[in-house]
Design a protein around this ligand. Sequence first.
Ligand code: SF4
Length: 211
Amino acid sequence: MSNTSVATEHERSLTIMLPAGRLPLPVMEKARELAQRHGLGVYLSTTQNLRLLGVKEEDLEAIKAELAPLGAMFKGPGKFPLPKVCIGKPSCTMGIVDPAELSARILARFGERPNVKPKFKIAIAGCTLSCSGALLVDIGVVTTRNGFDLYVGGKGGPYPKVGRRVLRGVSEAEVLEAIGKLVDFHDAKTANKQRLIKLLEDPEFPFAVEE
Ligand code: SF4
């Protein structure tokens, strides 16, 4: 089977979540071995995860059982979204911070939160160029020379929207506090799933949104 094979109704994909887009070598080696053994495709997803394509339904649990002891986490309903990050400092000369560090702190604080409503994305940029698309997600954190700016309500899709700034030049602690408020608000106001942009006009929205 080639890496471009089309999944059948009995095939699934398995997404291995990669915080800050970092792929641990043991997971990479095991994924390569599994892909070779089972004839799977390997896709580096737009959300910086690693997806194994063409997994036969009957092999799914066995494949997960080989990856899990290596620390692999699998995407599934209700999980807090991994922030998408740019490479940032020190690998990028423009980087003011390393976004992986803030991503790790966000996940340490919120990563175990259960039953997170779907359609909620976070991104972090190491400078105002926003290579991670921080202005095109529900919560975007952009690093400036004066601290972090926080944007809300961005989205892609057929009707893309640029996020609106709600905080300027705040500290990392204030970013974490704001993310907590936004996730709580989204959770309280969302029956099933919805993008944050739908809530910006809500009179109880916890921040003043810049025009
Ligand atoms: S957003 Fe800035 S720091 Fe991040 S990769 Fe782009 S230029 Fe570099």
